[in-house]
Design a protein around this ligand. Sequence first.
Ligand code: SAM
Length: 246
Amino acid sequence: MEGYETQAGFWDKTAPRVMGDLIGRPSAVELMGKGRVRREKILEAGCGTGYTARMLVGEEAIVSGCDSSREMLEKAIKEEKDAPGIEYKLANIISTGYEGDRFYGVMSIGVLIHNNPSFVNLAYREAFRVLKPQGTMVVSVTHPYLFTSGSPSMKKGKNWVKHRFLGKENAGSRVFEEEYYDLNGNKFVSEVWDHSIGFYLNGAVQAGFKLEEIREPKVEEKHLLHPSWGKEYGYPAFLQFRMVKK
Ligand SMILES: C[S@@+](CC[C@H](N)C(=O)[O-])C[C@H]1O[C@@H](n2cnc3c(N)ncnc32)[C@H](O)[C@@H]1O
């Protein structure tokens, strides 16, 4: 995935450093069901440097993580001393290589946004395959609102995330350059897709999932912890949903 190989150091963290760590990841782990993951096998699909995977170990889950970036996985393995026992694998989330019906849960946090429409649908099908019957998938992505003109990330001025349309489009979704600022004002640049809420949810249902809960955590004034994060708050930052394998 373009960006992660060359800028993996940005994600080398053991403490909250980006807006996703303050509101996205804690909310997503809660959505999976804190008490429910204890001693259960959970796959973090697109685990990156393992930050969410380590949160799941904190909930006593048995965690596997896969990612297509070797550089991100190297950092995850280095940090595993804080949360031993995570099984990491170099694999694309559309074809993980795990046997079917293996996991109680699949989490995918900040990952589908980087994938084109057909890859998102293939990723749903792969998650469905590796989940046990009645297994749960939780998805978290940057909220589609943030790609509409007039949103804080599309306007001039500072914000924790900034978006710029790159002029490319595929099956109704557009490609943007995303700048993501950490607590020290450092910048991570990557390409993301502005998939709509309908696209995310319909794709999940078409893959066979039953939707259970949707969340839209908002930025609050207390979250604006660095001058580079700007002054706007009160809008949804992440779209998150939990669904089960019927
Ligand atoms: C923002 S990071 C999130 C990492 C992790 N989920 C977390 O919460 O800390 C996104 C990660 O998704 C990975 N990724 C994106 N698309 C992928 C794909 N199709 N297959 C495997 N990994 C993917 C990238 O390599 C990157 O490490």
